[in-house]
Structures are given as C-alpha cells and as structure tokens.
Design a protein around this ligand. Structure first.
Ligand SMILES: Cc1cc2nc3c(=O)[nH]c(=O)nc-3n(C[C@H](O)[C@H](O)[C@H](O)COP(=O)(O)OP(=O)(O)OC[C@H]3O[C@@H](n4cnc5c(N)ncnc54)[C@H](O)[C@@H]3O)c2cc1C
Length: 404
C-alpha cells in the first residue's frame, strides 16, 4: 500500500499530477515540493499578457487548496535523492516516499559572460516581474534568440512602444520548432511592426559599463537599455545525478513515464520519454497537462501493469494578434501543404508530411476546429492524399522537401 507520494516541482505538471491522484481516490499522504517562493502559477502568460500589465494566473484558487489535502512546501528545493533509503533530501529534511514524481522543469540556458546590469532571462514569475519593471524605464530592447520565448517578448515589447532588435543565428525565427515557410511569416509580422531583425547573425559579446551592448558577428554593436537572453533551456535534473535514476538531457523514462527505478516517474519539460522515434523531451504546456492523468494512474499501478502513454505534441504561440497552433511532430524538414489561407496573412491551415507523404503535423492560425479534427489522422499516420480526398480543401501553396 502506498503511504506517501512525493512530487518534486510545483509547476503545472507537478500540481496536475497531485490533483489527478486525488481524483483517482489516492488517500495517502501527498507532498508537493517547489523551489519557487510562490504557489503554482501559469507560465505561458509571463511572455504575453503579464508583460502588458496583467496579474499572474494562479493554477488553483486560494479556497481550493484545503480540498487537495496536500503538504505544499514552496520555497523548498530538493537537493538529493537517496534511492536506497527511499528519501528525498529537502534542505535539512529527509522526506520519505513510496513513489516519487519528478516535475522539475527546465531553466534558461545562460552563457557566463552574457550577464550584468540590464541583462535578463525569462522563466519564472520573479524573472517576469523584473523584466516588466525594467521595461518601464527602457527605450531599447535587444532580444537574443528568436524562438517562441524571444519572439513573444519582442511582440510584447513592441506593443509597449519599445524599440526592439531581434537577433538569431538562424535565417528564420522559430527555426527549431517550425519549417522555414512558417518562420518567414513570423519574420514578416515582426518586420511589419517595426522590429529590427538581425537573422543569420551570431552574438560575439554582451556587456558594457554604460548599459548593455550586444556585439554581432559582423561587428554591428547594438546599445540597449535592456537585453533578454532567450537561447533555450536546460533540464533541472542535476539533483538526481549519481542517485541511480538515469539522467541524460532530462530524466530518461520508458513509454509509461517510469524512470530507471520503478518507484520514480517523471512528467513535463524535464521528462525525456522513450518512443518509437527514440527518447524525446517536449517543452510544451499541453504535454504537462494532458499527461498528468495517465501518469497519476500509472503511479498507482504495479510497475508490470503500467500502460504506455502516447501523446500528440501540441503547442501554441501568440505573436501580436496571431495565435499560431501546431499539432504533431512538426519539424524544419517537413513538406508543408497549405490547404487554406496563407501564413504571411496570419490566417492559414497547413498539413505537414514526411518523405512518405504521411501526415506528421498540422499548423495554422484561426482554424482551431480544423486542427483538432486532424488529431485522429495524425495518430493513425494516415497518407495525406486520403485526408485531402475526405476534406473540403484545395492546395493553396506548398513548400519544403521536393515531393516525388
Ligand atoms: C515565459 C514562457 C512562456 C511559455 N509559453 C508557452 C506557450 O505559449 N505555449 C506552450 O505550449 N508552452 C509555453 N511555455 C512552456 C510551458 O510553460 C512549459 O512547458 C510548462 O510550464 C512545463 O511545466 P512543468 O511542470 O514541466 O515545469 P515548470 O512549469 O518549469 O515547473 C517546474 C517547477 O519545479 C521547480 N524546481 C526545479 N528544480 C527543483 C528542485 N530541485 N526542487 C524543487 N523544485 C524544483 C521549478 O522552480 C519550477 O517551479 C512557456 C514557458 C515560458 C517560461
């Protein structure tokens, strides 16, 4: 019988597993350990509405915490895992567990020399409070990294009237997440709103005594009041190294989200889950939310009875007034068939296919219902011709690898 479940990481993944355990009638002791000083809050608004002045979005209303019957320890960091003793060390406390959930997320990747006054990163509510405060007195922002985070902050800063420079070594924004045809559209939206794009340009130095200065690899020097470094992230898994739980760019799990020790499961940004295509780590909000129920159910089962958890990746990003939605395993090398609208207009629907003309993903803006309807076809990996024959779409454009 399980007497105590410990969840480390009080973000959305950790909290949702706790809620799902109670919903599944687990009535033992539940401990949720979070290193941040706040109760769990929602991260996506931090690069969007929060920078425009909105309040934080709390993940559970104040008056609903008692019902969860949870030992919530905010401002507490798990430092070490002692598997043999079945204990997590949290400061001076030794917290025993029968099952442990690792939900510790990621933190911003940093470069030691890229620091100093005026240089920011964005992951936590405290980071966002500092960035928002700094924006108040600033005229010029340089964003290093044109991924989802960097482009969203660039958009939010333009809306607040700052002069914005966006720098990335890739030729298009969001280059890791989406194919160039979509990246070019994102570049256009930013250019149209007055963002100065420095694409295909690396950064050689950040710093300076009289406010931060960003030096590019062609010698350009960008003086700023404020710099945001948004160059990716690192899993918070160091506290597990040497514990016996296998860690390699995140916590390695099998298809049931069980780590190398059957008492330990992982969820969210920190989990690197085995699939047919190899181990994969996803940094998407939906990935933490949608898998919380299946992870809670597997935790309550004997290891031999646990079920594989299949997820269809999904993320969205808000760029000005465009909400981009991406479903499936979309990548830079996809062939993209635009079946409605046009990405540059900010309204489109596109099917993404692999070299065998199988559907691997769907992207769009302004077509949430159509995107959702493609979910079943994605799970089945249906040939795209079948989908096109069954839907009222005609090809309005295509891009990507040549189709034979
Ligand atoms: C600014 C921003 C905007 C985003 N926007 C989008 C978006 O538009 N669309 C989208 O799909 N995704 C978005 N994401 C990603 C999404 O927020 C994450 O995928 C999601 O928050 C992951 O949840 P998680 O529970 O795995 O990790 P987290 O939310 O990071 O929670 C992990 C928690 O564990 C804590 N922790 C770490 N180490 C320890 C330790 N040793 N002991 C105790 N606690 C620890 C951390 O401090 C953190 O509070 C965004 C992320 C950010 C930062």
């Amino acid at each position: 019988m399980l007497e105590q479940v410990v969840i480390v990481g009080a973000g959305i993944g950790g909290l949702r597993v706790a809620e799902r355990l109670r919903r599944a009638k687990y009535d033992g002791s539940l401990v949720l350990v979070g290193s941040e000083p706040h109760r769990p809050y929602d991260r996506p608004p931090l690069s969007k509405g929060f920078l425009a002045g909105a309040e934080p979005v709390w993940l559970r209303a104040e008056d609903r915490w008692d019902a969860l019957d949870l030992d919530l320890r905010v401002g507490s960091r798990a430092d070490r895992l002692d598997l043999a003793a079945g204990i997590v060390e949290v400061g001076h406390d030794r917290v025993p567990f029968d099952r442990l959930v690792v939900a510790t997320g990621v933190r911003p990747r940093t470069i030691p020399d890229w620091s100093g006054p005026g240089v920011h990163v964005l992951r936590s509510l405290d980071d966002a409070i500092e960035l928002r405060r700094a924006m108040n007195g600033s005229r010029r922002l340089v964003v290093i990294g044109a991924g989802v985070l960097g482009t969203e902050v660039a958009a939010a800063a333009r809306a607040r009237g700052l002069e914005v420079h966006l720098v990335d070594p890739q030729p298009t924004p969001l280059a890791v997440a989406v194919p160039p045809i979509l990246g070019r559209a994102v570049a256009r939206w930013h250019a149209d709103r007055g963002v100065h794009l420095h694409l295909g340009r690396g950064v050689t130095a950040v710093g300076g005594d009289a406010g931060p200065r960003v030096t590019l690899d062609d010698g350009t020097e960008l003086d700023a009041d404020l710099v945001l470094v948004a160059i990716g992230s690192v899993p918070n898994a160091e506290w597990l190294v040497g514990s016996g739980v296998a860690v390699d760019d995140g916590v390695l799990t099998d298809e049931t989200m069980t780590a190398s020790d059957p008492r330990v499961l992982a969820i969210g940004d920190v989990a690197r889950v085995r699939s047919a295509a190899g181990h994969r780590r996803l940094e998407h909000w939906d990935n933490a939310v949608a898998l919380a129920g299946p992870v809670a159910r597997n935790l309550l089962r004997e290891p031999a009875d646990r079920e594989p958890i299949a997820a269809v990746p999904y993320f969205w990003t808000d760029q000005y007034d465009v909400k981009v939605q991406v479903l499936g395993s979309v990548g830079a090398a996809d062939t993209v068939l635009v079946v409605d609208g046009d990405p540059e207009s900010g309204s489109w629907l596109a099917l993404h296919t692999d070299a065998d003309d199988r559907l691997v993903g769907v992207s769009g803006a302004g077509s949430p219902a159509a995107i959702n309807r493609c979910r079943a076809a994605l799970i089945d990996g249906r040939p795209v011709a079948e989908l096109l024959a069954a839907a009222p779409w005609t090809l309005t454009g295509s891009a990507g690898a040549p189709r034979s």
